[in-house]
Ligand binder design. Structure first.
Ligand SMILES: [Zn+2]
Length: 674
């Protein structure tokens, strides 16, 4: 292949990768598999390795390439990045409408655009000749910080526009305004990972997005699941669209991520109706929004309306009532997790927030209590967002009476009394006593749970009794319990003891994936356990797997792979495995039968709460029947399995005409075929 051809291939690859990245991260509608995508990227890297001089800033390989910076440079925005005046009620919106209609009568006959107001971090994105050249924070509105390297890592950001080959040509210069943020599920997952690893957790998705974008090391930003939506043009030397609606269309056509939830309204009454509808819709959004933005659609009218103070008149932000409440902090409790991590939680005087009674809230970690100066008996502000566990925002010091007491992190594990330990530089405190009953209780609880060994009738109360009586010192001891032992415990009649023992015996024949789940390896849930079982076939092979063996599996990153290695390297766990083997729990993965399975070749997406299955159970069920389960609805999706209170995936399925079925229909589908 001559150089010319190689160069053409490189250009072609860049274009294709940008396009498929866009299908995946912006449209949520991938056309090729992850593996095929990786192939393209691998080939591009090969060519770039041969010709480093061909690497350009808009290459997909450059997303996480920036060297750690010492500080961020200041940068002046081409136009002030303005904030909006706030409205807090429909009446405020009507008042705004009357005010601007008096200034410009065209408002009365014109249209409006209502867009969700994302609770994220405003970013300003510069494109020269269609190539992303600079990204900045809003800063004070005049001067922001140059965070180009960090913004580049956001997959939804186009590095080059137009993204599609036949898209409209980009103007010479274009500056776009957008909001970087984190989806709620990604936020929860990230926090859980951080907590398990003993790092500081984040307070809310907004802080997380802001904190992630302001990392001096871009590779850290790259590891955070940030995303982006754009909604305004700050400056351009091209032709400006005539209306806000057309502007959103134009951004979309270039390949920018744009909300699917904007509405064009033909009167102010329609605007108010749409706003009212959002009171419900708000709770179904995959990310946090703190209100709606109502914009005069005609950009010329919008511009003519001018400013009042620093706020443009042509748009207003309708703020949602915050899901916050004030209540008394009665006490601070401490939980001992499965890994021994100690986490504080707030015990509250019960209070209603958005229709739900809240009695407990997270306090994140001990540093958080100290930083916020949260004291027992304080009046505290609580926030609930989406399905995220409520958290304590902070105290209201003005309401102190003098009887509030400071909280001191426990020097001992609240369960076993062993001294708690703290790794320098990390935020978490641990109970490192390997025989800590609280940890053992959590472990046994997990081992017997429905998704693991599924030992029916083994409630938390019995788990506690068995551990506290000393009968169970590790999970393998469960298999040595005799009827006489059980009868000594409180609340055990003969029948009950028999039932429990038989459930324990039955669990011995659980398949390999469930046994792997039951071991409670950090980060290994039911789905990962299925993959491990399919690949390694038995516990011997898994125990001997190398780091490379594990990371070579799709979806197994460095953290989870290391956690698996560490678990099997631990002598206590090795002893546990020997005991399990002696007890007869040593399953071999059965080769999947060659016969055709009912769901072969079908791809499912699950949304909402299903009547019988949990999310993971439904996933396992579908996979056992030969089907595939993915996280987002695309044209590749065969069916969306929908329960109560479905999320945005439901709307997406309607949009793409993907058949929507119930859990019952899913079961019937499996039954019908055999
Ligand atoms: Zn302990």
């Amino acid at each position: 292949m001559d150089e010319r051809q190689l160069y053409d291939e490189l250009e072609q690859l860049k274009q294709e990768i940008h396009f498929h990245n866009y299908r995946y991260h912006v449209l949520d509608d991938p056309l090729i598999s992850d593996a095929s995508f990786d192939q393209l990227l691998k080939r591009l890297k090969e060519i770039e390795a041969m010709h480093p001089e061909w690497i350009t800033v808009d290459s997909p390989t450059q997303r996480a390439g920036a060297e750690p910076a010492e500080r961020f440079e200041k940068t002046r925005h081409p136009q002030p990045i303005l904030s909006l005046a706030n409205a807090f009620s429909n009446q405020d919106v009507l008042d705004w409408y009357e005010r601007i209609a008096k200034l410009d009568a065209r408002v009365r006959t014109g249209t409006f655009v209502v867009e969700p107001k994302i609770d994220g971090l405003t970013v300003v994105l510069h494109y020269e000749k269609g190539i992303f050249t600079k990204g900045a924070t809003r800063g004070d509105g005049e001067i922001g910080e140059d965070i180009t390297g960090n913004i580049r890592t956001i997959r939804a950001l186009p590095l080059k526009i137009p993204v599609e080959k036949n898209g409209p040509a980009a103007p010479e210069r274009l500056v776009v305004r957008g909001e970087a943020f984190m989806n709620l599920v990604d936020f929860e997952r990230l926090n859980k990972e951080l907590e398990e690893q003993g790092f500081k957790t984040y307070q809310n998705p907004r802080n997380t997005a802001a904190g992630s974008l302001r990392q001096l090391d871009a590779s850290l930003t790259a590891s955070r699941p940030l995303t982006l939506l754009t909604y305004a043009i700050v400056a351009t030397d091209g032709r400006l669209p005539r209306t806000q609606w057309e502007l959103l269309e134009a951004l979309k056509a270039w390949g920018f991520p744009v909300t699917r939830d904007a509405t064009l309204c033909h009167s102010i009454q329609e605007v108010l109706q749409v706003c009212d509808g959002w009171q419900q819709k708000r709770n179904r959004m995959p990310y946090e929004i703190d209100g709606l933005v109502i914009k005069v659609n005609d950009l010329e009218v919008q511009g003519r309306l001018g400013f009042v103070g620093k706020d443009p008149r042509g748009a207003i932000a309708l703020k949602f009532p915050a899901k916050e409440a004030t209540t008394k902090l009665l006490d601070i409790g401490v939980n001992v997790g499965r890994t021994g991590v100690l986490t504080p939680y707030a015990i509250l005087e019960p209070v209603e927030i958005g229709g739900v009674i809240v009695k407990q809230a997270t306090l994140h970690n001990f540093d958080y209590i100290k930083e916020k100066d949260i004291r027992i008996s304080d009046q505290v502000r609580i926030k609930r967002a989406g399905d995220v566990i409520p958290y304590v925002i902070g105290p209201i010091p003005e309401l102190r009476k003098g009887n509030e007491t400071e909280f001191i992190p426990p020097s001992k594990c609240p369960s076993c009394g062993a001294p708690s330990e703290h790794i320098e530089g990390e935020v978490a405190w641990f109970c490192v006593n390997a025989a800590c009953p609280a940890q053992l209780i959590r472990n046994v609880e997990h081992f017997v749970s429905k998704g693991a060994m599924n030992i029916m009738g083994m409630g938390i109360r019995y788990v506690e009794e068995l551990v506290e009586s000393g009968m169970v010192k590790d999970v393998a001891d469960l298999y040595h319990i005799r009827e006489n032992d059980l009868l000594k415990l409180e609340g055990f009649a003969e029948k009950k003891a028999e039932n429990l023992l038989s459930a324990i015996q039955t669990s011995k024949s659980q398949p390999l994936n469930r046994v792997i789940t039951a071991l409670g390896i950090r980060g290994v849930g039911e789905i990962a356990a299925l993959d491990l079982a399919e690949h390694f076939k038995n516990l011997e092979n898994l125990a001997q797997a190398t780091y490379e063996d594990i990371t070579s599996l799709e979806g197994f990153g460095p953290n989870i792979s290391q956690a698996i290695l560490d678990w099997f390297a631990n002598p206590r766990n090795q002893q546990l495995l020997r005991k399990l083997k002696e007890a007869g729990i040593w399953p071999q993965q059965e080769e999947r039968a060659q016969e055709k399975l009912p769901l072969d070749g079908m791809t499912f997406v699950i949304t909402g709460t299903l009547p019988i299955f949990s999310r993971d159970e439904a996933t396992e069920y579908i996979r056992a029947q030969g089907g595939k389960v993915t996280g987002s609805v695309s044209s590749q999706t065969s069916y969306v399995v929908c329960g109560s209170e479905p999320g945005s995936k439901y709307d997406r399925a309607l949009e793409l005409n993907i058949p929507i079925i119930s859990e019952e229909e899913l079961r019937r589908m499996v039954g019908e075929h055999g």
